[in-house]
Design a protein around this ligand. Structure first.
Ligand code: SF4
Length: 315
């Protein structure tokens, strides 16, 4: 079956093995952030509707769950703002009915968080990852280029109210772009909002691939560390890859390919792969399971354990 609305699963630095669900058409969002990895927003809207059909999404999801190992997380994200889809809550209910033990995460820019149906849908998740890059109007307009109906202070207040009502975890992400939203006065307003919201984790990020503007630059590690100290909030982590974190890059995008390449050259046990790739054990387990199911590799029992190797094609 060719999937249109689900993607992955991908090994994620933050969520383990995560299966993505994209509930909007490319590129539908209430913002047009200058750093967006999905490209320029073509439908800038605050209107909620069934951007992609509920029935088609759950059909794909059911097919995936029947034919693959369970992911650690099912994550709503993709090519725009997932809370714009009026069926978000129904899709979450469907996942819960099929696999109640799989965790559910929603990435959101929080523009609609005070909308009652969005509020109710998000309450059903295990993890909500709101982004908040600016509270000052000037910086908000510059970095997020929002729909004219969106207001940064309202968004911050909405996240704060939601965080009080929510029983799951909140990981608040702040994207920092030098010269755009890192003036001290902007950062101080953000700091106040962060301390009011009290997320379970504060995650500071910067650009790690091209955004929609060519002249924006990532913040340096030392700048991010300075900002982290200025925020002075417990449970803060810098999640930006900023150069040296090559291991995380491999984890996110290419682990399956790297496993195949590695064992094509030389059969390996899971322990060997753990040492070579340096990723979490559950990621190796899941990738090996899916490669075995897809008959791309086989395991052979030897003295030192099960050695995995690629299946040689008949010539
Ligand atoms: S809110 Fe997210 S999806 Fe929308 S433009 Fe910004 S980064 Fe892209």
């Amino acid at each position: 079956m060719q999937y249109h609305y689900i993607f992955g699963p991908v090994p994620s630095r933050r969520l383990g093995i995560s299966l993505g669900i994209d509930l909007v058409t490319h590129k539908t969002c209430s913002m047009d952030c200058i750093y967006c990895e999905c490209g320029k927003t073509t439908e800038l809207t605050l209107e909620q509707k069934e951007y992609v059909p509920f029935n088609d999404v759950v059909k794909e999801l059911d097919h995936f769950l029947t034919h693959h190992s369970d992911p650690d997380y099912i994550t709503f994200s993709g090519s725009g703002e997932p809370t714009l889809n009026s069926c978000l809550g129904d899709v979450i209910d469907h996942v819960r009915s099929k696999r109640p033990y799989i965790k559910i995460a929603v990435l959101t820019n929080s523009t609609l968080i005070l909308n009652p149906s969005v509020w109710q849908a998000l309450l059903k998740a295990d993890l909500v990852l709101p982004s908040l890059d600016a509270v000052s109007k000037k910086a908000f307009l510059k970095i997020n280029r929002p729909h004219k109906g969106a207001d940064a202070e309202e968004i911050a207040k909405g996240i704060e109210a939601f965080a009080k009502a929510f029983k799951g975890k909140i990981w608040l992400e702040v994207m920092i772009l030098p010269g755009i939203n890192d003036e001290t006065s902007d950062l101080m307003e953000l700091k106040e909002a962060i301390h009011r919201i009290k997320p379970d984790r504060l995650q500071i990020n910067t650009l790690d691939r091209p955004g929609t503007l060519s002249d924006i630059k990532p913040a340096s590690r030392s700048n991010l560390e300075r900002i982290s100290a200025l925020f002075d909030f417990p449970n803060t982590e810098i999640i930006a890859r900023v150069g040296e974190d090559v291991k995380a890059g491999i984890m996110r995008e290419e682990i399956r390919g790297v496993i195949i390449e590695t064992i094509h050259r030389r059969p390996c046990t899971k322990e060997d792969l753990l040492k070579i790739l340096g990723v979490e054990k559950n990621m190796i387990d899941t990738c090996i399971d899916t490669l075995l199911q897809e008959k791309k590799i086989v395991g052979k029992s030897e003295k030192r354990g099960i050695f995995f190797q690629t299946i040689k094609e008949e010539s």
